[in-house]
Design a protein around this ligand. Structure first.
Ligand code: MGP
Ligand code: SAH
Length: 221
């Protein structure tokens, strides 16, 4: 098939080859847990491309599906798309996805992975979300939390590489319908800019993260 041909061509490229053919020995010990979870990150893992930061920040597929059901319809901005874990599922449930990342390698991974999943209604933008002027019905925010050890100390949204408060305020210029994807050790009071819903996101009975909803994304019943 065309997709298989495309896949073979890209794996022949030496540079992109470092983004697939992963094995345990290519990952540091503290990241082995992500390798063991690889099919829960992407059910089609054998065909996807991912880099180090992608490994520890991608949203597991079942959580991404749940989020896409909550955020379905219209045009959505995936402001920090990474390797595309959320973008792919939004593409299946929304009319259009605008997927942004300021890292070229991860944006290329996201484009490749979206093709693997057969998604076409995605506009990819290489750029800084905080500098872009875009229109959409809703915005999904899964920014960098500050690395693999975000959970070792107290977490504050304003200690993230891009301050959470700045991200929220910037996003309010686009829409009130916002979903923030944040660590399970968040401080709820920091997120109470306005009326808000906190949703614990579980995977295999284990609390993974919080999804924080605003505006019409709040489940009222
Ligand atoms: P985790 O806490 O690193 O792993 O990330 P896990 O499996 O809960 O292991 P444990 O040892 O902590 O028990 C949990 C999930 O949070 C990941 O699968 C990602 O979906 C998400 N995540 C982790 N980080 C470091 C980030 C990040 O920087 N940004 C975003 N958006 N998501 C992240
Ligand atoms: N939800 C994604 C993971 C996001 S990780 C997934 O499921 O795959 C956060 C991403 O934000 C990283 O890829 C990082 O490169 C990107 N990023 C950091 N600063 C950014 C900025 N200013 N604008 C856009 N993207 C940014």
């Amino acid at each position: 098939t065309t997709r298989d041909d495309e896949y073979l061509q890209t794996t022949e490229n030496k540079e992109s080859n470092t983004l697939d053919n992963w094995s345990l020995d290519r990952l540091p010990k503290n990241m082995h847990k992500y390798y063991h979870q690889r099919y829960s990150l992407f059910s089609l893992f054998d065909h996807i491309k991912i880099d180090m930061e992608g490994w520890f920040s991608v949203t597991p597929e079942q959580i991404a599906i749940h989020l896409a059901n909550r955020l379905k319809g219209g045009t959505i901005i995936d402001a920090f798309c990474g390797v595309g874990g959320n973008t792919i599922q939004f593409a299946k449930k929304c009319d259009k996805v605008i997927a942004i990342d300021n890292n070229k390698t991860r944006l290329e991974c996201a484009k490749h992975n979206a093709r693997v999943y057969g998604c076409e209604n995605i506009e990819f933008i290489h750029g800084d979300y905080m500098q872009l002027d875009l229109k959409a019905d809703k915005v999904f925010l899964s920014p960098p939390w500050g690395g693999i050890s975000y959970n070792q100390s107290e977490f504050s949204i304003d200690d993230m590489p891009i301050k959470g408060t700045d991200i929220f305020n910037r996003t309010k210029r686009i829409t009130n319908d916002i979903c923030f994807f944040l660590p399970r050790n968040l401080k709820k009071e920091e997120l109470m800019f306005e009326d808000v819903e906190f949703e614990e996101t579980f995977l295999d009975g284990k609390l993974k993260s919080y999804s924080v909803y605003y505006g019409n994304l709040i489940n009222r019943h």
